[in-house]
Write a protein that binds this ligand. Structure first.
Ligand code: GLU
Length: 421
């Protein structure tokens, strides 16, 4: 049973509460706060796709466009059995603040299809993806709304979306999605970008405490595109990655895991706790309260709650996942003096390199990995410094500071644009 089911964490309620917490430190008229809280457009599609046994199956998919004041709607598409409208609404809103925190010219959106891709064949996933793309084809586009990978979607899924959209348009439109395969105009460094960004921002947090990265004990929940990639960077920097997990459970070794070996095991056995791994088997809840310096929740939302926050031992939490910490847990962690690198900063590396991909597509450019790398590092370091400065000036935690910074940029843009008519 997921934490979300167990504690009934509603991500959209969390996201709304966060806006209220930030608004307390901002001078915003109530109507404006109401506008920030409501998504601009929502599409719910119930659509058929043919399964390998010949049967038709009806899927439910969502695309929520939260805000496009600062630029086209932007955000991932997730395939998960527990995805629902409120989750997608929350994720769309977090994308708006995230794009604004790193100051890239995008708004926020998110999509999701309620499905279990682990039990579907590649052909079934392709049919479902193509039909969903058709369902949302009138509301996506390179200057309108640009999907990207999220939980259990990948460059291949992006290629199917790009192909379907291009066929509908009658021409190849690369810029309609980001996170594409390199062969189709994907950007160097996009695949690693979110995990790498988690590492870059965690490093800034470590430095801000006057510490060194080398020797830090790191526990990572998740081992996919975010957690698995971040684990490599932490290990390369001389950290002890003491725990890693996947949806089935995790492995703990206080002496430090061999990250490459654990990820290879995951590839081989579809689970990090393979037979050759040296470590204790743990579950995803236990991982969060292990003895470590840096905790990196990189799976789903709502896992750090008021029920387990007081037991967290890490001094730094770098949020690879979107929304892993509930507002109730935030209050407890702040009292304990835990430094949180909030999701809308810690995992913003993904959308930042998505922006680089989109710019390259629109201008038919190809940037080198080195160029991508230095631009990404520069943007994330600057954003960390700005969030930290806001946190010190307003005397608030890093989450509220990031929200204030992001919301303020959106509000300034809204005020300049005014209300039509
Ligand atoms: N799904 C990622 C996120 O939550 C990436 C979004 C994007 O690249 O548009 O930030």
């Amino acid at each position: 049973m997921s934490t979300k089911q167990k504690h009934n964490t509603n991500p959209f309620e969390m996201a709304l509460k966060q806006v209220d917490l930030a608004a307390r430190h901002m001078d915003l008229e109530p109507g404006l706060v109401a506008r920030l809280k409501s998504p601009e457009k929502e599409v719910i599609a119930h659509f058929p796709a043919r399964m390998s046994d010949g049967q038709l199956k009806i899927f439910t998919g969502y695309r929520v466009q939260h805000n496009d004041t600062r630029g086209p709607y932007k955000g991932g598409l997730r395939y998960h059995p527990l995805t629902d409208l409120d989750e997608v609404r929350a994720l769309a809103m977090w994308m708006t603040w995230k794009s604004a925190v790193v100051n890239i010219p995008f708004g926020g959106a998110k999509g999701g299809i309620q499905c279990n891709p682990k039990e579907m064949s590649s052909t079934e996933i392709e049919s479902m993806t193509r039909r969903f793309t058709y369902e949302i084809s009138s509301i996506i586009g390179p200057d309108l709304d640009i999907p990207a990978p999220d939980v259990y979607t990948n460059p291949q899924v992006m290629a199917w979306i790009m192909d379907t959209y291009s066929i509908i348009q009658g021409r190849t439109v690369g810029g309609v999605v980001t996170g594409k395969p390199l062969e189709l105009g994907g950007s160097l460094g996009r695949f690693e970008a979110t995990g790498k960004g988690v590492f870059i921002t965690a490093l800034e947090a470590v430095k801000s405490k006057g510490l060194q990265m080398e020797g830090q004990k790191v526990a990572i929940q998740g081992s996919g595109n975010v957690g698995g990639v971040a684990a490599r960077y932490f290990a390369q920097a001389g950290c002890k990655v003491v725990a890693l997990s996947d949806s089935k459970g995790g492995v703990y070794n206080p002496g430090g895991l061999d990250v490459e070996h654990a990820l290879a095991c995951k590839n081989k056995y579809a689970c990090v706790m393979g037979p050759e791994i040296e470590g204790e088997e743990i579950n995803n809840e236990q991982l969060l309260t292990l003895d470590c310096d840096i905790l990196v929740p990189s799976a789903l939302e709502g896992v750090i709650t008021k029920h387990n926050a007081s037991q967290i031992q890490a001094g730094i939490i770098a949020e690879g996942a979107n929304g892993p910490t509930t507002p109730g847990a935030d209050a407890i962690l702040e009292d304990k003096g835990v430094l949180i690198v909030p999701d809308i900063l810690a995992n913003a590396g993904g959308v930042t390199v998505s922006y680089f991909e989109w710019v390259q597509n629109l201008q038919n450019l190809l940037w080198s990995e080195k160029e991508i790398d230095s631009r990404l590092t520069g943007i994330l370091q600057k954003s960390f410094a700005e969030v930290r400065k806001t946190s010190q000036q307003k005397k608030v935690g890093m989450r509220v500071a990031a929200l204030i910074l992001g919301i303020d940029r959106v509000v300034s843009a809204m005020k300049l644009r005014g209300i039509y008519p």
